[in-house]
Design a protein around this ligand. Structure first.
Ligand SMILES: C[S@@+](CC[C@H](N)C(=O)[O-])C[C@H]1O[C@@H](n2cnc3c(N)ncnc32)[C@H](O)[C@@H]1O
Length: 251
């Protein structure tokens, strides 16, 4: 599959830099699907020792947004997403509940139309004393045009609660957060076709790019933190052609 030129960028590439700046250079209505897990503004302690991560193996540099700037930040990146998505396109935004209202308000104000509010239920063994253990994320499935968006009904009764385990890194070097491939794969199969362009403005360790490549889609990813960006590039380059051919022969 040949790379496509998108303004100053090429598909099937990962670029290091600030998404808010880089996105401005993507031409209007060129992206089929956006899947993203934006920074959360919850004072996330990326280097804290938790679950199976040993602090020294977590890459440096996680970039967090201060709470008071979160709405403005959210509004700005979602505005760019609206501009670059095709009429037939869609976007999935993963969010915890803490800043969900900012994301919902920005999506509405910018003009995105909500198709589903999905719940991703995961396992999480954190002890709490006086509250319930949070074990879900919200995934907002939104589109530009309710008559034109793609939806490949790959399951007969696709429900809006997805029970998918979080995956933790097994290798030595880790980035602080990552989406499960199983979750990203489900979104890609429902909401895109082969060779479509899938974009993640907050790529982190590169899960969206890796999964898109494996499923025969084009990808584009931006990531601010240089170490994560290099890590994502390496992860994508390790996706084997034999695996891609195998997966695509089966689908
Ligand atoms: C929640 S993580 C994404 C994790 C990713 N889904 C994965 O599977 O690894 C959010 C990412 O956004 C990046 N980020 C924060 N602000 C950014 C910006 N302005 N431009 C590009 N990336 C940014 C952070 O460095 C972090 O890696």
């Amino acid at each position: 599959m040949a790379k496509k030129k998108l303004g100053n960028f090429y598909t099937d590439e990962i670029y290091c830099g600030n998404s808010l700046e880089l996105m401005k250079e993507i031409p209007n209505e060129t992206i089929d699907l956006i899947i993203t897990d934006p920074p959360f503004a919850i004072n996330f302690k990326a280097k804290k020792n938790n679950y199976n991560r040993k602090q020294d193996n977590v890459l440096e540099g996680y970039n967090e947004i201060p709470q008071e700037k979160y709405y403005e930040f959210t509004f700005n990146w979602i505005t760019e997403c609206y501009r670059i998505i095709k009429e037939s396109g869609s976007m999935y935004v993963v969010s915890g509940w803490t800043n969900l209202k900012d994301i919902l308000n920005a999506l509405d104000e910018i003009g995105f139309l909500t198709i589903n509010h999905l719940i991703w239920k995961y396992q999480f063994g954190v002890f709490t004393k006086r509250k319930y253990v949070t074990s879900h994320y919200h995934i907002l499935f939104v589109v530009k045009n309710k008559k034109k968006y793609k939806f490949n009904k790959i399951e007969h009764y696709p429900e809006d609660v997805w029970i998918i385990k979080r995956k933790y890194w097994t290798g030595k070097i880790k980035t602080p957060t990552k989406l499960p491939v199983e979750l990203v794969k489900k979104i890609i199969l429902f909401s895109s076709d082969k060779e479509d362009i899938i974009f993640d403005p907050f790529l982190g360790s590169g899960t969206v790019a890796v999964t898109a490549k494996t499923l025969g889609r084009r990808y584009l990813g931006f990531e601010l933190v240089k170490e994560y960006c290099e890590f994502a590039k390496e992860r994508v380059s390790n996706v084997q052609m034999s695996l891609i051919n195998w997966v695509n022969d089966k689908s």
